[in-house]
Ligand binder design. Structure first.
Ligand SMILES: Cc1cc2nc3c(=O)[nH]c(=O)nc-3n(C[C@H](O)[C@H](O)[C@H](O)COP(=O)(O)OP(=O)(O)OC[C@H]3O[C@@H](n4cnc5c(N)ncnc54)[C@H](O)[C@@H]3O)c2cc1C
Length: 332
């Protein structure tokens, strides 16, 4: 098969390696120098280890920080902090990882894809969804700083839940005194608390970037394929709607596409099945966005979300109890 991969983020660069044996070429909008897709670089060590093995990389070589505990600051929505034990949540050098996936392969940087003579075009353009027809969409605007703290205020993963429950701030250690500190909120009210956090703790901002994340789950982000184009990764909504975690889900969708390259309807069905657990957290977010969240009415979806994480603690990198999961929602 002659295949064009449009977008060399995590899903596109992984697929380029994974589709070895076909005639595959990737096109990436950023130049090689500017190439740095915005992300906080948090993921689960164990799931990434398995994916990395399949494309000949040793994930341990890219790890920057392995977390012991995730502290959730409940701010005004609850009492104090929630502390979750971690089972593999880490940060890794995602840029270097992706560049290593691309190394020695056919990739053109600084290039917006134009039509060519391809049997299949893969839309791996993330939130842009540049090649597929538009779908129903809920995008969460985010802003992130790379921050150096002379004296880091915390030494492990930390989240601060925003009062509206439609967003949060994150603080992810990258090793040494460097951190990704960012915020995202459906209503775009994350920038002021983010700046306040960085200022309060005396952080030096080395880099700032903004980008949105698509939280519409795959079932609602259809079509996945149309007119010789098939989507993968965040382009088709493979992001956990509450956690905003898209690296592993994007790789999961890349794997499914590699397995179903000649059967796109089979791919569509497999993606919908795999990401069915994302429907409940999406309903919860939507209920907050539309101002109709009620703890008792949404309990079924909250429990479903808990069961998904509980059954996949190593894949999510975090250990949870039902009480922990429900606590931030109980006040509403
Ligand atoms: C601020 C922020 C923080 C995040 N933090 C985390 C985190 O810590 N952990 C986690 O799991 N997930 C995180 N996510 C989500 C995660 O980064 C994405 O869901 C995941 O990277 C999606 O992978 P992808 O390959 O589908 O898309 P992307 O990684 O976004 O890659 C898409 C690529 O396509 C390129 N492109 C776009 N349009 C075109 C075009 N027309 N032609 C050619 N190329 C094009 C882009 O330049 C980019 O390189 C975060 C998202 C944001 C916005």
């Amino acid at each position: 098969m002659k295949v064009a991969i449009v977008g060399a983020g995590v899903s596109g660069s992984y697929l380029l390696s994974r589709l070895e044996g076909h005639d595959v070429k990737a096109f990436e909008l950023f130049s090689r120098e500017e190439y740095d897709p915005v992300c906080a670089w948090g993921t689960s060590r164990y799931a990434m280890k398995e994916f990395s093995k399949r494309v000949g990389l040793n994930f341990e070589d890219y790890i920057l920080h392995v977390g012991k505990e995730l502290v959730m600051d409940l701010g005004r929505i609850g009492k104090g902090e929630l502390r979750l034990k971690l089972s593999g949540l880490c940060t890794f050098d995602k840029r270097r990882y992706q560049l290593d996936l691309l190394k020695g392969r056919d990739v053109e940087f600084g290039k917006r894809f134009d039509k060519g003579d391809y049997d299949l075009v893969i839309d791996a353009t993330g939130v842009s969804r540049a090649m597929l027809p538009k779908a129903e969409d809920l995008l969460v605007p985010c802003y992130q700083y790379l921050v150096k703290f002379r004296e880091p205020p915390f030494d492990d993963f930390r989240l601060t839940i925003l009062e509206t429950m439609t967003g949060y701030l994150w603080y992810f250690p990258l090793g040494g005194n460097l951190f990704h500190v960012g915020g995202g909120d459906v209503f775009g009210r994350h920038k002021a608390p983010l700046d306040e956090f960085v200022k309060k703790h005396g952080g030096e901002v080395l880099k700032a970037s903004g980008k949105a994340v698509r939280i519409t789950p795959p079932e609602l982000a259809q079509p996945f394929y149309s007119n010789g184009v098939v989507g993968v990764g965040e382009a088709i909504g493979t992001v956990h709607p509450i956690f905003g975690e898209g690296i592993i889900p994007s790789l999961q969708s890349s794997e499914l596409l590699a397995e179903h390259l000649f059967d796109l309807e089979g791919y569509r069905k497999a993606v919908i099945k795999k990401f069915a657990p994302f429907k409940s957290p999406f309903k919860v977010v939507k209920a907050f966005v539309e101002g109709r969240f009620s703890f008792s009415k949404m309990l079924k979806d909250l429990v479903r979300m808990f069961v998904d994480v509980k059954l996949n603690e190593k894949r999510y990198g975090v250990r949870v109890g039902l009480e922990d999961m429900l606590l931030p929602f109980k006040r509403f």
